[in-house]
Design a protein around this ligand. Sequence first.
Ligand code: ADP
Ligand code: MG
Length: 226
Amino acid sequence: MTQSQVSSQPRLLTEVESKELLKQGGIPVIETRLAISKKEAISLSKQMGFPVVLKVSSSDVVHKSDAGGVKLGLANAAQVGRAYTEIVSSIKEKYPLAKIQGVSVQKMAPPGVEVIIGMSKDAQFGPVLMFGLGGVLVEVLKDVSFRIVPLIRRDASEMIKEIKGYPILEGYRGMEPADIGALEKLIVKVSEFIEKNPQIKELDLNPIFAYKDKAVAVDARIILEA
Ligand code: ADP
Ligand code: MG
């Protein structure tokens, strides 16, 4: 990646910037703060309470974990300090030209069903929302559903039921069921958010953790129009 390629591309907001915009739009995101030094990362972790997650914060890094930029389940200050150093050195090695703002700090979310909501713009239909289960299910099986923005609650409900993995959301073999109502509300909120923010070219909430009584996005990526 050269510097000229970076500046000519549509602008990628960092995770912290993306979550801030989403939060203003009433979309539930896990509280996430930017630390610009190791010391600050440690003090934010102590404020939030362990275990925490550290992630690289750079508008030049699209896939944070592929580049060694995500460290999960950090249980104390020493682990946070070490993770900070490892993240920065791994990114410097893989993307020498990337500008690193610092790292984001957030609580380690308890396990839930991972789902994703995405938005991309179709030349003919305009903004289209995608819903699916997270992780390998979306990557390998492409088990996703689509609807054109704007969506109403019924569209959201249909979109969720349409995926093949729906039984997993209902609570498969003793797994805790996901809060389907919260997911429907979230999809409608994202649709409203997209309508109010036409400057957004692409949006990815990947993953959202769905629990029995709520759903919250733990990663967010927004790309603005060039
Ligand atoms: P990227 O998609 O840029 O690689 P993510 O922020 O999605 O980075 O992190 C990678 C994975 O780490 C996620 O898919 C999720 O499984 C896990 N993860 C991320 N943030 C949290 C969190 N706050 N709590 C628990 N797990 C998380
Ligand atoms: Mg992600």
